[in-house]
Ligand binder design. Structure first.
Ligand code: DAH
Length: 343
């Protein structure tokens, strides 16, 4: 009996398990009803009474050691499994992502970026100028004579009652700055914000946006301008678009024209958008007046060029069928969210 106890005790002491299943199997083998230790308790009944006390002690000690050992091993294995779970847990890639709404571009930015890209694709570069301008760059260099009524075409915001400094009324001021600092060939477009002292309504605002274009080189003709603007109109409004040039007046171009595009809604016969004319006015343009070239240090006997200027709001209103200009400035998210675009 004593030998059996010793052998089992040695087995218990030597035992270790790599898994909970192994530990449980050992427990069953040793401690369950039909296990080796309860079997010894059965045998104990036949032990001679003189040895009972000591053997009983040894048996109890064996049972205690075995169950302590199995419990300790199980506890350790469980703790190891828990810590493994924590370090390998990481993010669960199968859980649905949180929805975080992304913004959308402002429709004026979408349209401006498209205009920029159309001209960049044929070699125009972007140039920018200040929003606070002096009289020279906004008016005088552009051939607006002093006290000439042409200045009244654009109601001006002056800065601190200084008649020489104003918020630019058009992006044509950037033409002057480009020509003053570069010699031809010049191919540039200038997008930007402009300001006019006008009452705010569905069709007018005191702040709006323009893109100015300028091309100067040797032998540039009115036909070159027409072809460039036809290309623009078709890229912008669709390949079937037609253009029409109507004579107009601007102090800085001679001859000057107003360009219309065929109505992209009805395609010509007339609809409420084009006010039943079949045409939509898009921009002013013309051959740069030789006086302007000379004012800006470019020899008008050697060079000629064309310029054009368009309002971004007007084009955006047309493309998106927006009836009220003020919507561009109210920043109502229900309006803005309709313009998700890669541009
Ligand atoms: N600056 C003009 C305006 O704001 C638009 C314009 C017309 C620009 C004709 C030009 C041009 O360069 O040639 O109304």
């Amino acid at each position: 009996m004593k030998d059996k106890i010793r052998t089992l005790l040695a087995k218990v002491e030597a035992f270790d398990a790599g898994s909970l299943e192994e530990a449980e199997a050992f427990r069953v083998k040793m401690l369950s009803k039909k296990g080796a230790i309860p079997a010894l308790f059965q045998d104990f009944k036949s032990v001679d009474p003189a040895g009972r006390k000591e053997i009983g002690k040894q048996l109890n000690a064996l049972k205690q050691t075995a169950s302590d050992k199995v419990n300790a091993i199980k506890k350790r294995l469980e703790a190891e499994a828990e810590s493994r779970k924590q370090t390998t847990q990481g993010p669960d890639m199968s859980t649905p992502a949180n929805f975080s709404p992304i913004g959308s571009r402002h429709p004026l930015s979408v349209v401006r970026n498209r205009i920029n890209r159309i001209f960049q694709n044929i070699g125009f570069v972007i140039s920018e100028g200040p929003e606070i301008e002096d009289d020279w760059h906004n008016f005088s260099a552009l051939n607006f004579p002093e006290e000439h009524p042409a200045r009244d075409m654009q109601d001006t915001f002056f800065v601190e009652k200084n008649p020489d400094i104003a918020l630019r009324t058009h992006t044509s001021s950037v033409q002057v700055r480009v020509m003053e600092s570069q010699q031809p060939p010049i191919r540039t477009i200038s997008p930007g914000r402009v300001f006019r002292n006008e009452a705010i309504s569905a069709r007018a605002h005191c702040i709006f946006h323009q893109v100015e274009g300028l091309y100067i080189d040797k032998g540039v003709s009115f036909a070159d301008m027409k072809q460039c603007l036809l290309y623009f109109a078709r890229e912008m409004f669709g390949e079937k678009t037609q253009i029409r040039l109507r004579p107009s007046f601007f102090p800085f171009t001679e001859p000057s024209a107003e360009m219309d595009v065929s109505c992209n809604i009805c395609g010509g016969p007339g609809c409420p958008i084009c006010k039943y004319s079949g045409w939509i006015e898009v921009m002013g343009c013309g051959m740069v007046d030789p006086n302007v070239l000379d004012n800006c240090g470019i020899d008008s006997k050697k060079y000629s060029g064309y310029a054009f200027g368009m309002g971004i709001e007007r084009i955006a209103m047309n493309i998106y069928q927006i009836k009220d200009l003020r919507m561009f400035f109210e920043n109502d998210l229900r309006f803005l969210r309709q313009f998700e675009s890669a541009w």
